[in-house]
Unconditional design. Structure first.
Length: 328
C-alpha cells in the first residue's frame, strides 16, 4: 500500500487541531520511522489560529529533538460556511486546558510564547511535494481544504506526493456528524471530492475502522497513574471533555481514536485490511452532503470508474492500541 522506503520517512501532518489530532501528533513526534517535516494547520474542529496554537502546545509538551515547522493554512472551507466541533473538543479544541492548575496553584498550561511559522501551509505542502516527491506521505487529519487548495494552486507539483492517508469518510457505516457524513468530509465536501479526483494514491481511514478501536476513560486514567509524565497528564487533561461527550452521547465513557489510527496506518499499514474502491464525495445533497460513496457493486465498470482509494474496512485493534501506548 505504501512504497517500500528507507527510514526515517518524510511525512507531513495536516490537522484541524483537536483532541484526537493531538494524540496523533504525539505518536508521530515519538515515532523514529518518521521525519515529521511540518505540521500544516487548517480550520475544522476549531479555528485555524487556535488549531495552530494547539499544535504548538503538543510540541511544547513532547519536546521533540527536532520540532517540526507549524504553518497555518485555510481559515474556512472552499465553498461552505465554516463549521466547527467546539462542542466536542472544548472551546479551545483541547479540552479547555485553562481549567487545570498545578499543586502550587499555577497554570498547568500557561500561555505559549512560541508562534507558528510565517510560511503559508499551502506553500509548505507544495515545497515538500517538490522536494520529496514519491517519498512523501501526507497524513490528513482534518477537512481536506489545505490539500485541495494546494492541488488548485499547482496540481502537477502536488500530484508528485507519494500517498495521502486520510482520516475521513465512511464506507460501510453511517456518518458521525450526520447520518450520511463523517465530520472532515462534511465540513468541506468540495475539497474532499477534489482530492478523490487528484490521482494521488489515497488511503482512507474512515469510521469503519476508527470506531473499532475505542479508548476508555478508565484506561487513560490508569495509564496516567502508572506512567506519570507531562505527556500522560496532558492526555488525561485534554481528553476529559472529549470523553464526556462520548459518555453523554455515544453511551461509553471514552473516545474513538480517529486521527491516531491514521498515524498508526502510516506507521504500519498491516494494522488494517483495505479494499480498493472507486469513491466520490457528495457535494450537492440536501441530506447527504459530505457522504463518501464507494462503488462496491460486482458489476461496476472499472474503466468508467477506476478505483481511486484504498479504503480501510477492518483493523487489528489490539495491535493498534499496543502501538499507541508505545508512542505516547
Ligand atoms: O470524524 C472525526 C474527525 O473529525 C477527526 O479527525 C476529528 O479530529 C475531527 O476532525
Ligand atoms: Ca482531526
Amino acid at each position: 500500500m505504501v512504497n517500500a522506503q528507507s527510514y526515517p520517512r518524510p511525512i507531513i501532518i495536516d490537522t484541524d487541531g483537536g483532541v484526537d489530532d493531538a494524540l496523533a501528533i504525539i505518536m508521530a513526534l515519538n515515532c523514529d520511522r518518521f521525519d515529521l517535516k511540518a505540521v500544516t494547520v487548517l480550520a475544522g474542529n476549531i479555528d485555524v489560529h487556535q488549531a495552530a496554537n494547539n499544535v504548538l502546545r503538543v510540541i511544547d509538551i513532547v519536546q521533540p529533538k527536532h520540532p517540526p515547522l507549524v504553518a497555518k493554512g485555510c481559515e474556512k472551507p472552499l465553498l461552505r460556511p465554516p463549521f466547527n466541533a467546539a462542542g466536542i473538543h472544548g472551546a479551545d479544541g483541547l479540552g479547555e486546558l485553562h481549567r487545570f492548575k498545578n499543586a502550587d496553584g499555577t497554570e498547568r498550561y500557561p500561555q505559549l510564547t512560541v508562534q507558528p511559522s510565517s510560511e503559508n501551509a499551502i506553500e509548505v505542502l507544495l515545497k515538500a511535494a517538490e522536494e520529496y516527491g514519491k517519498d512523501l506521505t501526507i497524513v490528513a487529519l482534518g477537512p481536506l481544504t489545505n490539500i485541495a487548495t494546494a492541488l488548485q494552486t499547482n496540481r502537477n507539483t502536488m500530484q508528485k506526493v507519494g500517498r495521502i492517508i486520510i482520516m475521513g469518510g465512511a464506507v460501510t457505516v453511517p456518518g458521525n456528524i450526520s447520518a450520511a457524513a463523517e465530520f472532515n468530509f462534511f465540513v468541506d465536501p468540495d475539497a474532499a471530492q477534489i482530492v478523490m479526483e487528484s490521482g494521488i494514491p489515497l488511503t482512507l481511514v474512515g469510521l469503519d475502522v476508527a470506531m473499532k478501536a475505542p479508548l476508555s476513560r478508565q484506561a487513560v486514567e490508569e495509564y496516567a497513574k502508572q506512567h506519570p509524565s507531562v505527556v500522560s497528564q496532558f492526555i488525561a487533561d485534554c481528553t476529559e471533555i472529549y470523553m464526556a461527550f462520548y459518555r453523554d452521547n455515544e453511551g461509553f465513557y471514552g473516545c474513538y481514536l480517529h486521527d491516531p489510527l491514521a498515524v498508526g496506518v502510516a506507521i504500519d499499514p498491516s494494522l488494517v485490511s483495505t479494499e480498493s474502491v472507486y469513491m466520490v464525495v457528495e457535494t450537492e445533497g440536501k441530506f447527504t452532503s459530505g457522504m463518501s460513496l464507494a462503488d462496491r457493486r460486482d458489476r461496476r465498470d472499472e474503466t468508467a470508474a477506476p478505483p481511486n482509494v484504498d479504503a480501510c474496512l477492518d483493523v487489528d485493534a489490539d495491535r493498534f492500541l499496543k502501538l499507541l501506548y508505545e508512542l505516547i
